[in-house]
Design a protein around this ligand. Structure first.
Ligand code: C5J
Length: 225
């Protein structure tokens, strides 16, 4: 495989024409507080096993992508320690007792630099992989992701991570509006809620791929092998 080849990846609603040299693997919010037992996600009553099942497929896809020296980027949802980039509406949403910035099981919740905010060790970025710190759900809002992608000539994204219906869906929609083609491997995205997993993927591929394509990691790995 060379960087200039176009490879056909079986996907829904129809095959995805993958150009590996201009495609980045974008891992969304694979953070300890969302995925690890004892983290903030579990503290809220969520079943983290629903998210942890995506770690191994992501690990394999990341290894395959890195082995071909293709572009990889990671995101983390979180805020400045002084919370100056936290909209008051986001802080009070949910009326929960524990809020963003409060002490949590792995440091201050969703605050940059805290242990729970960091990426899980299984998928830890290597120095050549940009990490995008985002204050919102979408990876393009208030970040330099679009500039980094443009500077690297990226036109397609393989979007993985958590959660399917929130940060993955929002990012795919934002990317689609900016002209990127997005492919989502269904085994590499996860939701705490099985019904949202199903519908989150359906929303992407419905109406002729209104926001993008859906495939799986084995099919993508076979295509780039
Ligand atoms: C993400 C969230 N990463 N569910 N955040 O989806 O609040």
């Amino acid at each position: 495989m060379t960087g200039h080849q176009t490879l056909t990846v079986q996907a829904e609603p129809y095959p995805f024409e993958l150009s590996p040299g201009s495609c980045a693997l974008l891992l969304i919010d694979m953070q300890r507080d969302f995925l690890e037992p004892g983290g903030f996600g579990e503290m809220l009553g969520n079943d983290v096993s629903q998210l942890r099942r995506v770690i191994e497929p992501n690990r394999k896809l990341l290894a395959g992508w890195r082995a071909k020296a293709l572009a990889v980027m990671h995101t983390r949802e979180g805020h400045r320690p002084d919370l100056s980039d936290l909209p008051p509406a986001k802080k009070i949403r949910g009326r929960g007792k524990t809020r963003i910035g409060d002490p949590g099981p792995m440091g201050r919740i969703l605050v940059r630099g805290e242990a729970g905010h960091d990426i899980i060790p299984e998928l830890y970025p290597i120095p050549s992989e940009p990490v995008i710190d985002k204050p919102g759900k979408g990876a393009f809002f208030a970040t330099d992701l679009h500039a980094i992608l443009q500077n690297r000539g990226i036109k397609q994204l393989i979007v993985t991570g958590v959660t399917t219906e929130v940060c993955v869906n929002t990012t795919v929609r934002e990317a689609n509006d900016r002209g990127y083609d997005c492919l989502v491997p269904e085994d590499c995205v996860g939701s705490y809620f099985p019904e949202f997993q199903t519908m989150g993927l359906k929303m992407i591929k419905a109406q002729g791929g209104i926001f993008g394509w859906v495939s799986n990691s084995e099919t993508i790995l076979a295509a780039i092998a």
